[in-house]
Each structure stands twice: as C-alpha cells, then as structure tokens.
Design a protein around this ligand. Structure first.
Ligand SMILES: [Zn+2]
Length: 287
C-alpha cells in the first residue's frame, strides 16, 4: 500500500479535503522518513504555506504549496505509508511518522509502520533530486498513451523477467508487487517468464490484463469507499493468498522469489515455461 489503484482513490480525497488549507507547523515523529533538500528547518520551511492542490505523479503524492520559500512537498508512501486527516487534538497513532498541522485545527498525518516511505521537501520543480520522480513511465490508465502498440514497443526493449518489467516504474506508471502478481495471474504468465520470449499476441494479452486488473481495482475501491488510511486488498485474486486455492482452478497458490521480490502465482494457470529444462536443486536438497 499504496499502489496505483489506491492512489487513484486517496489523492482526490486529499485534494478535496486540503485545497486552500494553510500549514501551521510540522511534527516529525520518525525523522528517518524526512528528506529536506533545502536550507532551514522543516518547521521554518513549511509553516505558513498554503496547499493549492494535491496530485499524483507515478507513485508519488505531490502537495502543491504556495508561499515562501517556493518548494514542493512530495511523499513517496512506498510499501506501508498512508495518510489520515484528523483533528489535531485526537490521539496520534503509534505509526505516525510526520504530522502537518493545519491552521484550521486539523492535522494531515503521514503514517508508516515500516518507515520505508519518504517525505521530501525540495525547491519547487527540482524533481530530479527525488529518485524516480523526474522520469516516469507510460500511464497504464491512460487509454490514449497506453496502447497495445506502445506496450509492445516498450516490451521489445526488455531483457528481463516479466515481473521485473511490470514493476519498473520508469517504464510503466505504475505497478508494485501486489498488482504485478494480479496482472500476471490474469494473463496466465509465470512471473519469471522472459519478456523477450513473448510474442505479439501474448504481449497484447498482457497489455489488456494490465488495463483490466487496474481498472477493476480502481472501480472496486471507489465503490467500496474505504477510510483514507484503510488498505483494501481483500478482493485480490492471488496476492496475499499464498497456500490458498487458486480462484480459477483450485491449485494451491505458491510464492517464489523474483529479483528480491516475492511473487505469488498459480503453478497450474501460470506454468513456468522453463521448467522442463531446469532442475530445482533447492527443492531436491530440502528433501
Ligand atoms: Zn490456477
């Protein structure tokens, strides 16, 4: 959390709730998440700034601030970061990382129980100082940009495994671990499939699966309207369901490591094309 479908839901709420609000101060509970690329304390930089709008850029949430000095407040919630808006007088949650006090008595809270996310304060427009912010991939929820042709062209340049490709945010905007698994299950592709081994028809199917899965997730979350800081994942097919039966065929879902990430998949619906040529030594040794 959050991934693209979560942000599609959360960002408009933040924009609606916060537009026009003025920052009164900032409380940093977990300094490890904060990156300030400017002279001055966070308090001095942020107090008095007015929130003009909130938008999404790739997996980042951008707070458009107006005031002196000219700066951008950018949050990358990564795996576990989430937002909440609450009266400042209410008890702070244990996983509070940074609280932005608003002049109207509310607080914008950034919570992060693993503290992998980052809150950046940067000179306005200096996006290149934030890793991954300047160069972003093809917007998979924009039908004009994300065509089958554009996706094929992108895929033809890849020499990596399909799960790694799907999660590359400089190529595609954007999928993380959870939705990459969902898309691969939908497209019936093993996560370790090499992209260069996929033909045009398979790439088209993969393209369509991306659109279907992300659009369905976006609509499901919008319909069910979770609380701002609630992680809604119970509708996912394979992610977080390791050991449970595949919703399509009933085979027990498995997980495997792919380039430092875990992948959850169905070994029947998503057979490993390389399996016949490979011996799984780790498994044999375990026995
Ligand atoms: Zn299956």
């Amino acid at each position: 959390m959050p991934e693209r479908p979560d942000l599609e839901y959360v960002v408009p709420i933040l924009a609606r709730e916060l537009a026009g609000a003025r920052l009164a101060g900032v409380r940093v509970r977990k300094p490890v998440v904060l990156r300030v690329a400017m002279e001055g304390s966070p308090e001095a930089l942020l107090a008095g700034q007015r929130i003009e709008g909130v938008s999404r850029r790739a997996h980042f949430v951008l707070f458009d601030l107006r005031g002196e000095p000219a700066l951008d407040l950018v949050v990358s919630p990564m795996l576990a970061g989430r937002f909440a808006i609450a009266p400042a007088t209410t008890k702070s949650p244990a996983d509070l990382a940074v609280a932005f006090a608003l002049e109207d008595g509310r607080e914008l809270r950034y919570r992060d129980d693993v503290q992998m996310g980052k809150v950046y304060v940067i000179p306005r427009g200096a996006w290149s100082v934030v890793p991954g912010l300047a160069t972003i991939g093809l917007d998979v929820l924009d039908p004009k940009a994300f065509t089958r042709e554009a996706f094929r062209a992108l895929a033809k340049k890849r020499r990596d495994q399909v799960k790694v490709f799907l999660m590359d945010k400089s190529a595609l905007d954007a999928m993380g671990n959870a939705y990459a698994d969902e898309v691969l299950w939908e497209a019936r592709l093993h996560p370790k499939t090499m992209v260069r081994g996929l033909g045009d028809a398979q790439l088209d199917e993969l393209h369509d699966a991306i659109v279907r899965v992300l659009d369905r997730a976006r609509r499901t979350i919008a319909e069910r309207r979770p609380a701002l800081d609630e992680k809604l994942r119970d509708f996912l097919m394979v992610r977080g369901r390791h050991g449970e039966p595949c919703p399509r065929c009933g085979t027990k879902l498995r997980s495997a490591g792919v380039h430092g990430h875990d992948a959850e998949f169905c070994p029947t619906c998503q057979p490993d094309a390389r399996q016949s040529a490979l011996v799984d030594w780790r498994r044999i040794t375990k026995r």
